[in-house]
Design a protein around this ligand. Structure first.
Ligand SMILES: Nc1nc2c(ncn2[C@@H]2O[C@H](COP(=O)(O)OP(=O)(O)OP(=O)(O)O)[C@@H](O)[C@H]2O)c(=O)[nH]1
Ligand SMILES: [Mg+2]
Length: 204
């Protein structure tokens, strides 16, 4: 029997998914520039650095190199944090609460990006959520190499979907095994009970 032709609907859906992925990636690049590639290592510290201005040939003086001053810290310090997790795990709420806003009552799915910038004493932190619905999870892995830290949000009360959450986390770690990860056991205070405590989540 001849293979079935792909229907126009399937093709349209595939095209739409590809376009969405490209748009997400372009937005990311526009927002964060070239991400971790901007950093350079200097002992224990790692900063996003402005490119240095090289002297013209006729103003070159080898002694200048020794006199160069350390770059100002306030120009350099920046951290990028990716916040991922299954749909409804609480990523948007987490970002809202961190930026001092009250949590929303219902679940309004994030269809793309959601971000906040938090100035701290020593550096500026950009937190970026990518929606957790199934069609967006495919794109998560494209972003893990671009950030400094991954926050992985888990709905501790959603025991049924814990294996999915774990599978998605492992896929991300396969992509970048050295990425620092914080797993948040969210939704600990639920009237119905039955949630996983953080220690249980560690063992799971
Ligand atoms: N009880 C309780 N509810 C929470 C908590 N965090 C989030 N929620 C609720 O969970 C629902 C989903 O939260 P969101 O923050 O929108 O989830 P999300 O991970 O951003 O979901 P997507 O954008 O679809 O990936 C909302 O109704 C929140 O009010 C929490 O710590 N405790
Ligand atoms: Mg969201």
């Amino acid at each position: 029997m001849a293979p079935r032709q792909l229907g126009p609907l399937v093709l349209a859906l595939g095209g739409a998914a590809a376009v969405l992925g490209s748009v997400l990636f372009i937005l990311w690049k526009t927002y964060f520039g070239s991400g971790r590639e901007r950093r350079w290592d200097r002992g224990e510290a790692w900063w996003g650095a402005e490119p240095a201005r090289l002297p013209q040939w006729d103003e070159w003086d080898p002694e200048d190199e020794e006199e160069e001053e350390e770059p100002a810290l306030e120009e350099l310090e920046q951290r990028e944090v990716l916040v991922l997790g299954l749909d409804g795990s609480g990523k948007s709420t987490f970002l809202r609460v961190l930026s001092g806003k009250p949590p929303l009552e219902g679940h309004i799915p994030t269809w793309g990006f959601n971000s906040v910038r938090l100035p701290t004493k020593d550096f500026e932190v950009d937190l970026l959520e990518i929606g957790g619905s199934q069609n967006l999870r495919f794109y998560w892995k494209e972003f893990v190499n671009e950030v400094d830290v991954l926050v992985f949000m888990v709905d501790s009360a959603d025991r049924l979907r814990l294996p999915w959450a774990r599978q998605e986390l492992h896929k991300l770690l396969d992509k970048d095994p050295d990425l620092p990860v914080v797993v948040v056991a969210n939704k600990q205070v639920r009237a119905m009970g039955g949630w996983l405590k953080p220690v249980e989540l560690l063992a799971w």
